[in-house]
Design a protein around this ligand. Structure first.
Ligand code: IPM
Ligand code: MN
Length: 330
């Protein structure tokens, strides 16, 4: 049966790379019932709307959402981030942000092959805080970090399950327990508790600053990493830089409980400077779409796309040319 997938092409290079991703998914034999949504900077500038509740309710009924990128230089920072991306993450309870990093054969950092499980609905992203005496010399701004036992535990449990399914079966907790002694303590205790049910999974702990050094100098030590929302945001950009570049950095915003659709998106932004020039690498969107196929139970298609990506790894050209090469190899 066809999967009902919402498509948010968005702005800049978003629609270009999503177009390629859809072509590849179909070439791999997956049937999609595609529903297009006009959301992002263009719509906001034209109508003032970011994500109307009626649209959000429609999204809830889908099997999955594939997003290109949103953002244009004219939209003030925060409008689309909080109003669209984070709103979907929170409202659809996409509590895991899964980001794989793998350097292709022969490329820089050949040993990179790990996944980051980023908690995606809590921490500093929860939006706790505010201003006091705003605009005065005595202004105070607070930005709290929300960490619930339930929220941390479900994320950590997902990471253990994932690590168990992999050959190396190893999970590293990354935090800053030496300074963030409240949140860090909850994460560490939860991690240790859950670990007791996974005695086949090896574990380690790294402070986030040390993890940055290891990412650059010894990334081969990692198999699966679990970390909080903000650390995960920063670490996964670094992961993109060491793992084949931002043109290959994919992500899955998952609702593992499957109470609604999950959302798949390349990590790169809308890159307005190269929009329409054909210079965008569609691979990050293709890998994100493959993660969507995986979540939808289309294992054969995932294998075909993976093989096609491997055999076309050194293909250069425009967005369309690279996409056609991948689709033809499926
Ligand atoms: C990401 C992005 C988002 C985040 C922004 C655009 C809200 O940087 O997906 O990593 O901070 O999570
Ligand atoms: Mn980010």
């Amino acid at each position: 049966m066809a999967h009902r997938v919402g498509i948010i092409g968005g702005d800049g290079i978003g629609p270009e790379v999503v177009g390629v991703a859809l072509k590849v998914v179909r070439a791999a034999g997956v049937e999609l019932d595609q529903v297009d949504y006009d959301l992002g900077g263009r719509r906001y500038l034209a109508t003032g709307e970011v994500l109307p509740d009626s649209v959000l309710d429609e999204l809830r009924g889908l099997d999955a959402i594939l997003l290109g990128a949103v953002g244009t230089p004219e939209v003030p920072p925060g409008v689309l981030e909080r109003g669209l991306l984070l709103k979907m993450r929170f409202a659809l309870d996409l509590y895991v942000n899964l980001r794989p990093f793998k350097a292709g054969p022969g490329r820089h950092n050949d040993g990179v092959d790990f996944l980051v499980v980023r908690e995606n609905t809590e921490g500093t992203y929860a939006g706790e805080g505010g201003f006091l005496r705003q605009g005065t010399p005595h202004e105070i701004a607070t930005q709290g970090s929300v960490n619930t036992r339930m929220g941390v535990e479900r994320c950590v449990r997902f990471a253990f399950e994932l690590a168990r399914s992999r050959e190396r079966k190893h999970l590293t907790l990354v935090h800053k327990t030496n300074v963030l002694t409240f949140a860090g303590d909850l994460w560490q205790r939860t991690f240790d508790d859950v670990a007791r049910s996974f005695d086949d999974v090896g574990t380690a702990y790294n402070h986030v600053d040390a993890a940055c050094i290891y990412f650059v100098h010894d990334p081969g030590r990692y198999d699966v990493i679990v970390t909080d929302n903000l650390f995960g945001d920063i670490l996964t950009d670094l992961g993109g830089a060491i793992g084949g570049g931002i043109g290959r950095a994919a992500s899955a915003n998952l609702n593992p409980a499957r109470t609604g659709p999950s959302l798949f998106e390349p990590v790169h932004g809308s890159a307005p400077d190269i929009a329409g020039t054909g210079q965008a690498d569609p691979r990050a969107a293709v890998i994100s779409a493959a993660m969507m196929c995986d979540f939808l139970g289309e294992g054969d298609a995932v294998a075909r796309i993976q093989k096609a990506l491997d055999t076309t790894d050194d293909v250069k050209g425009t967005t369309t040319q690279i996409g056609d090469a991948i689709a033809a190899a499926c």
